[in-house]
Design a protein around this ligand. Structure first.
Ligand code: GMT
Length: 367
């Protein structure tokens, strides 16, 4: 098939999933065209069958807000004409689904598009009055709509009242790239230091302050170090909380990393304190590396981690700490969870399994 993939290039989950999809589809001999306003961080160069198309937006002085959605619609049409793309798959509804609809209307229905919902496009942004109606309209116009969890599919039907069916297609992980290393867990190391990791875009929704609060409790009970991976608006706040709680010297901010598969296998535990999380891709990547997760019980997280980790109530860092301490003081339980996490990633969320589901949707749409 000739497939156009549209995404945000930033280090958010949707851009990562879309880019990994583009690479996986190219590896399956599809002709793939990736469109975004910048080159996505996860995109490796020189992949046969995969081309990146930048969407340029002119900065005309009259435009306080340059109309990216129009530039994208035009670029989609150009790519369609140049490469004879059969279908576009847009990741994140706003504004990508609206641009796809516009592109299709401009060419009299010459193209089909599938929209994948990732989370905040529905739970936060899409429910803003300014975006709700065009988003609902574009979802109804999509040839297929998918959501990355059952939770998100249900939320979409509830909040948007769309009449269209929403297919659930979970996110996936490259289980070869994200795999356990020969790094030993704490109970086989002389210093017994527990390595705890959190990776996110440090937006308020991630509640990184709660991660640090939980960690402050943990390191009172056992030797421990917290690795914070990623960056975003709440980074300074998180580090200030660590300083206030007297554990700043045990918290390392690693910043943005494009070698997460090297960092995650060194951890004994992954923490997530999000207020909402439609899926939780970095948790899946941690699981694939054999790292158990303790997370707030929100959104679609339970669908991801199953019983390979622990779920705790939102906004209760003490309970998160207790749960983490229980896992980090029981070597046998930790070993079991770690093996289960890796196995669950392989059994339920491998690239092959999930990309096959998307291919079936493309075939249905094109038939
Ligand atoms: O909120 C983010 O972290 C970014 C956002 C995105 O679209 O880039 O992430 C959402 O999509 C990810 C990939 O499907 C999911 O793993 C995240 O759970 C989801 N974020 C939220 O629901 C808050």
């Amino acid at each position: 098939m000739r497939i156009g993939i549209v995404c945000y290039p930033t280090v958010g989950g949707s851009g990562v999933v879309a880019t990994e999809m583009a690479m996986a589809l190219a590896a399956r001999n599809h002709d793939v065209h990736l469109l975004s306003y910048d080159r996505p961080g996860r995109l490796r160069g020189g992949i046969p069958g995969l081309r990146f198309h930048e969407v340029a937006v002119s900065a005309y002085p009259l435009f306080r807000y340059p109309p990216y959605d129009l530039a994208l619609a035009t670029r989609m049409l150009e790519v369609r004409e140049e490469a004879k793309v059969d279908l576009f798959h847009v990741h994140y509804a706003i504004p990508h689904a609206v641009s796809a609809f516009l592109a299709r209307s401009m060419c009299g229905g010459c193209l089909k598009f599938v929209t994948t919902l990732h989370g905040t496009d529905i739970t936060v942004v899409g429910s803003d009055r300014a975006y709700l109606r065009p988003t609902r309209f574009a979802l109804e116009q999509s040839d297929a709509v998918t959501a990355v969890s059952r939770y998100l599919a249900d939320e979409t039907l509830l909040m948007f009242g769309v009449k269209k069916g929403v297919d659930v297609v979970h996110n996936f992980v490259d289980t070869q790239r994200f795999q356990p290393s020969d790094h030993k867990p704490w109970h086989q190391r002389a210093d017994e230091e527990r390595i705890i990791v959190h990776a996110s875009n440090f937006r308020p929704v991630k509640r990184v302050g709660d991660i640090v609060r939980a960690f402050a409790e943990i390191q009172r009970e056992m030797p421990a170090r917290l690795l914070l991976v990623g960056d975003g608006p709440d980074r300074e706040h998180a580090l200030a909380v660590a300083a206030d709680l007297g554990c700043r010297h045990r918290v390392e901010h690693l910043g943005m990393r494009d070698d997460l598969e090297q960092v995650l296998p060194t951890a004994d535990l992954f923490l997530s304190a999000s207020q909402t999380e439609s899926f939780g891709l970095s948790m899946l990547e941690a699981m694939s590396c054999g790292v158990p997760c303790v997370s707030t019980a929100v959104g679609g997280v339970a669908e991801v981690i199953g019983d390979t980790g622990s779920l705790v109530p939102l906004g209760e860092p003490d309970m998160m700490a207790k749960s983490a301490i229980a896992i980090l003081s029981d070597a046998d339980r930790h070993t079991q969870l770690s093996q289960n996490a890796r196995q669950r990633a392989i059994d339920c969320f491998s690239t092959d399994r999930i990309v096959t589901q998307y291919e079936a949707i493309y075939e249905r749409v094109l038939s």
